[in-house]
Structures are given as C-alpha cells and as structure tokens.
Design a protein around this ligand. Structure first.
Ligand SMILES: *[C@@H]1O[C@H](CO)[C@@H](O)[C@H](O)[C@H]1NC(C)=O
Ligand SMILES: *[C@@H]1O[C@H](CO)[C@@H](O)[C@H](O)[C@H]1NC(C)=O
Ligand SMILES: *[C@@H]1O[C@H](CO)[C@@H](O)[C@H](O)[C@H]1NC(C)=O
Ligand SMILES: *[C@@H]1O[C@H](CO)[C@@H](O)[C@H](O)[C@H]1NC(C)=O
Length: 636
C-alpha cells in the first residue's frame, strides 16, 4: 500500500522523467520527503563508499559530526549523510543553505534500515591514508579520540577552515543577536562615561559548560568543575590585552551558577544566556551570540569549541590561550595546543630555535629580534617563551605580538621536546647550513645578552643590522601609550617654549632621549667588565654635543631606573632637560611609557643595557655612546 510519501515521490518522478533525467531515481529533494532505494546488488567494490555518523549528545557533537562528514567527502570523494537528528538540531541555528550542503540519511534512503552499515572507529589518519575505505563500503563512524598526530592536526585545520565558510547562522536569529548586543553596548557606555565613546568594543564570549558534563568530566577524566578564579583570571587577561572597552557575554547551561558566583566589579559582564538546554530556539540564540564575539573564554564541551571557532580570534582555554585561526581549538576538548611528536621530527624537519632570556624587557626584545631574523634568513621555526610575550605585551600592539608564536602556547608537551642547549656563538647558526634542519636548539641568553659581546664577526654585525631594520617595522607601540606619550611631549614642548621666548616659536624641536641605566646593572658591569658607572660629565658632554649640532630648539628627555640620581646630579642651566622617566622598574605600565617615549625621540644618548639599545634603535637617528657617536646600534 503506497504511503502519501511514495505518492508524492512518484509524481515528481514522472515529472523528472519527462524532463529527460532518468539517470537516477532522485525525487525533488525540496519536497523533503522523497527517498531512493538503496539496492545492495548494485552497490559493488567500485561504488563510492557511504559514510554516516550517529552522534551522541547535544548540538555541539552534531556539528562536530557534520564537520567530519563534510571534510571526509571533500578529501576522499565518498558519499556522506548526516543523521536526521543532526539536521533537526542544526536547523534551528544554521540557515537552510547550510543544511543543504549535505543529504540526510533517513531522507535519502527509503530503506535506510536495510542498508548493511558497518560500524568502525572514526580513525582519521587511517581513513585519510588507507584507500580501501573510499570505495565499496557502507560505514557508520563511531567517535574516537584522534589527538596527537600531525596528520590529524592538519586535517582539523582544514576542517575548521571549511566550517567557517560553510556554517551560516539563520538571519532572524542574527538580527535578534545584533539588537541584543546593541542594547548591551548602550548600557555599557552609560555605566562607563569616562571611556571614549569612539573606542571600538572588544566582545568576549564566555561559555561555561556545567550540569551533566561536570559529572562526565569528573568520572572520565578526573576533572573538577572550573571555579570562579578561572573566569576572573580569563577576564583579567582580556582586559589587560584589549583595554577598557571590553564586554563579556556569559552563556551557560547553568546560568544561576554564574549569577551567584561571578562578581562584576568592572560592570562589563553581561549574563545573556538563556540556559534552557531543552529549548532549541534559546540554544540557537546562545550559540549565535557567542559566535559574534571577537574572542572567547571556553570551559569544556564541543558547544564552546564551535562558538570559539566561529567567533575566530583568541580562545582562553583551561590550559592556555590559543588562536583559533591556527586550528588549536578542536585539537582536543581540553587542549588548544599541539603535541610535539618526537618520532615525526627528523633530519629533514625544519630546525626549531627558542631563546629563553634572563632579565628585563630589553633582553626579551633582543631575543625576539634574533628569533625573528633567524626565521627570516634561515627558514627555521622559532618560538618565544611566554615571559617574552608577557613583557612585550605591555608595550607593543597585538599585531606585533602575533608575529612570533609562543612555545608554551604552541605545544602541549614542552617537556617532551628534546631541546639541546646551544652554548656556542650564534654565528655558527648563521653560517653553518647544517643547523637549518633537524636541530632543536635552546639558545642560552648569554649569547644574546649584550649585542656587543657578539659583534666580532662580519656576519653577526650584518645580522644585527638586519634585525634592527626589521624591528623598526615589526615593533608597533600600543596606541593608548603612544597617545599618552604624545600628550606628554606636547606639554613639554609648550613648557619649553614658555621658558625660551627668544627661540623662534615655529622652530622644529629636536628631541633627544637619554637613557641612564643604573641600579643593579652598575654592579653587574663592574663585576663582569670592570666598568665604572657613568658620571655627570658624560651627560653634560653628550648634551653639549647635540646642542651644538642642532641649535637651540633641542629638548632632552631623561629616563632612568634611578631617577633620583639624575635629579641630584644633573644641572639644568639651559632649562632644556626634562626628567620624564618614572623609574619604577617594577611597574610595567611605567616601563612601557618610558620605552615608548624614548623611541619617539629623534636622537639618543646611551649608557648601558639592552633597554637603551632598543630605544635608540627604534628612535633611529644618532646615538651618543661611551666611545663616540654612531648611526647604527651595531657600532655602539
Ligand atoms: C558496479 O556497479 C556499477 C553501477 O553501480 C556498474 O556500472 C559497474 O559495472 C559495477 N561493477 C562491477 C565490477 O560489478
Ligand atoms: C568585533 O567583531 C565585530 C563583528 O562581530 C566587528 O565588527 C568588530 O570590528 C570587532 N571588534 C574588534 C575590536 O575587533
Ligand atoms: C609560562 O608557562 C609556564 C609553563 O607552562 C607556566 O608555569 C608559567 O606560569 C607561564 N608564565 C607566564 C608568565 O605566563
Ligand atoms: C623628530 O621626530 C618627530 C617624530 O617623533 C618628527 O615628527 C620630527 O619631525 C623630528 N624632528 C626633527 C627635527 O627631525
């Protein structure tokens, strides 16, 4: 007895036949009800394989299944089908066009129950490499952890990229989300009248997966639920990184927990989630709003992984902070880093070079510059350590920081990486080509602590010259510090002109940055090199040099880690010397200000240490140093 379904189907079939398309017994899929019969006898060893997945659990897992099927079809040329539940769940979030990229198993085959499916593990490396899976098989793929292989990680990167272009949200939900965000933004500005209204808002989506997954995570992995500290720390991370105009949108399957446990002292946290895990419309809203954010804070579960991927930007995760662009998100539910596989590293692999500097910002900058240039010139893989990123983030823009990856963020298992301490002069790496492949080198800071220690060879001098030039374009200061510096310089210029009414008020001012490195470095220089501290004569002579060279409209900006010494010892008869440094070597904001200010000057007076080398290098112009005046840091 024909059901109504079959009736519609045959009607359409007739229409299709008359249109001359009798190749296949597809009906108009748009009817949503037509199916074809899978004929076992026609399916043979040369037929394209059929893959399908029946995911367990909620929306996040269904999207993961969809993504795997999509990507496997792309790469293996097999036929893939999503389960009807996948379509139903995804249909409340994603557009019809998105769903149409993949047929539904139960809709495609009238006799889907009769298809002899073989259940096998979703073993990605095996499926990608073993050609026998591509033809003649009807497979139901069972979830399996695949982490830890390069082949899987590369595959996930491709899958992530595919999904970013395939998955489109439903327009009506997007509209609701935008209107919600607009309202929140208005509220935020009312609460923060002091933040400049034209500042672009950085949106951070927080997904806190709790309820049933807490039990699962505990039983399966011994994980305890994340406490409020995790969120406080994650939010502070983003506030520090992106400044004041940051809004956090909180979504959870247990909204009550967040409202009860998360304080909101900065009034930048908004509880937007509906938390009703049974209502697909609300889940759709929650997923869409998180995906509209610029960066993410995730906890556990695939829902948060997908919202983070679709949001793009950074992902603050239990173990570190990662960038979804670089596919560190889906690598595993718990880790956004990749695993270093010793067996896969061989003589043909690009060498890995890491520098772990001692000391303060200046040394870290030196390490950064060396690594940058080593990568440019030798094509090796380089990583900065997280301390370098941390110190540099106080001074330099986000874009600058993204130029080099961080060792601890990139690899989950840094302890397994067989680093070899490299305690030879860096020139060996520069000149000996055998270092470019198959080496994993940890450069000891000793080699780069003082540029001048290494200046013996022609190659190394050239190398310094090159990285100094590179750094002038790579290193960009944080805009808010630049602004503060600009304001300060304008004020000083006004003061200077008031004190010197005889100088042509329109004369272009020449700014000279003085960096006087003292405190601990004086001991170091004395013990290690028998150098005595600089006396006031050095500065008097250097300032006279610049006054003579550039005329009256010269302003000196003095920065030191011991500001008191300068104020006590340096006379200021010409009233052109300004003590602008904060001298608080522990306060990173003040160090950032000092560095940015000196780098804005036209010329420099240098004493010792890498901080002054870098401010002089970034300022460009002339450098007055112990042994004369030079144009390049390499000659200091
Ligand atoms: C396999 O089936 C296809 C049609 O599905 C047919 O064209 C082909 O000849 C068959 N091959 C073998 C070896 O039976
Ligand atoms: C944040 O993302 C929105 C799109 O959702 C974009 O328009 C905006 O420019 C981004 N803001 C920042 C600060 O990156
Ligand atoms: C750097 O990473 C190490 C190891 O993962 C960690 O113990 C340390 O706290 C991190 N330091 C910073 C400044 O993030
Ligand atoms: C000094 O540097 C500033 C940029 O910081 C520049 O605008 C100005 O023209 C320079 N002055 C001279 C005299 O070179």
């Amino acid at each position: 007895m024909p059901s109504s379904k079959q009736t519609i189907c045959s009607l359409v079939l007739i229409f299709l036949s008359s249109a001359g398309s009798t190749q296949k017994d597809y009906c108009a899929k748009s009817e949503g009800q037509c199916c074809r019969t899978f004929a076992t006898e026609e399916f043979n060893q040369t037929s394209r394989s059929i893959f399908m997945i029946r995911p367990q659990g909620r929306l996040g897992n269904h999207i993961t299944a969809f993504a795997h099927l999509y990507q496997l079809r792309e790469e293996l040329g097999v036929d893939v089908y999503m389960e009807r539940e996948t379509k139903d769940l995804m249909g409340s979030v994603f557009s019809d066009a998105t769903l149409q990229v993949m047929p539904v198993y139960e809709e495609e085959f009238c006799n889907f129950d009769a298809i002899p499916l073989t259940e096998i593990d979703l073993n990605i490396p095996l499926l990608l490499q073993e050609k026998t899976y591509r033809q003649g098989q009807t497979l139901s793929l069972r979830n399996k952890p695949n982490q830890g292989t390069k082949i899987y990680e590369d595959y996930v990167a491709r899958l992530t990229a595919s999904m970013k272009s395939v998955l489109h949200f439903r327009t009506e939900i997007l509209e609701k989300v935008w209107s919600k965000m607009e309202k929140i933004a208005i509220k935020f500005w009312t609460k923060h009248p002091r933040i400049k209204p034209e500042t672009p808002i950085t949106w951070i989506g927080i997904h806190n997966r709790r309820t049933d997954l807490n039990n699962y995570a505990w039983k399966k992995h011994g994980l305890v639920p994340l406490e409020e500290e995790y969120f406080v720390e994650a939010m502070d991370y983003y506030r520090e990184r992106f400044g004041e105009a940051v809004i956090f949108l909180y979504v959870s399957d247990d909204m009550k927990w967040g409202r009860q446990n998360l304080m909101n002292p900065k009034r930048d946290l908004f509880f937007v989630g509906n938390g009703k895990t049974e209502d697909m419309d609300e889940i759709a809203f929650d997923m869409t709003i998180l995906a509209q954010c610029n960066h993410s804070i995730t906890t556990r579960g695939t829902f948060g992984i997908w919202t983070a991927i679709l949001a793009g930007g950074l992902v603050h995760h239990e173990v570190s902070v990662c960038v979804c662009e670089q596919d560190y998100c889906v690598k595993s539910e718990r880790q956004c880093c990749r695993t270093f596989v010793v067996e896969e590293f061989n003589q043909a692999s690009r060498s890995i070079v890491v520098i772990e500097p001692y000391g303060r910002l200046g040394n870290h900058l030196t390490a950064f510059a060396h690594l940058y240039q080593l990568r440019e010139e030798l094509g090796v893989d380089v990583y900065i350590v997280n301390q370098t990123r941390k110190l540099m983030s106080q001074v330099f823009s986000e874009t600058t920081l993204q130029t080099l990856p961080v060792l601890e963020e990139e690899f989950c298992n840094i302890d397994d990486i067989p680093f070899r301490d490299f305690d030879l002069d860096i020139r060996y790496i520069l000149t000996d080509e055998s270092y470019r492949k198959g080496h994993i080198l940890l450069l000891l800071d000793e080699r780069v602590r003082h540029l001048k220690l290494n200046q013996r060879t022609k190659e190394y001098r050239e190398f310094i010259q090159k990285f100094t030039n590179s750094m002038r374009s790579v290193l960009q200061f944080r805009p808010e510090i630049l602004e503060a510096v600009d304001t300060k310089m304008t004020k000083i210029a006004t003061k200077f002109r008031q004190k010197h009414p005889t100088i042509d008020q329109a004369a272009l001012i020449t700014w000279i940055g003085i960096h006087n490195r003292r405190t601990d470095f004086n001991n170091f220089a004395w013990q290690k090199h028998g150098l005595t501290p600089f006396e006031e004569e050095y500065f008097v002579e250097a300032m006279d040099y610049y006054r003579e060279r550039f005329g009256e409209a010269v302003i000196f900006l003095y920065v030191s880690d011991d500001m008191k010494w300068g104020r006590l010892n340096l006379m200021n008869p010409k009233r052109d010397l300004f003590f602008v440094g904060k001298g608080k070597t522990e306060d990173e904001d003040e160090i950032a200000f000092d560095m940015t200010l000196l780098a804005q000057c036209n010329h420099s007076i240098y004493t010792r240490g890498t901080f002054g080398i870098w401010t002089a290098a970034m300022a460009g112009g002339l450098i007055h140093h112990e042994r004369g005046v030079s144009e390049n840091v390499v000659d200091i």
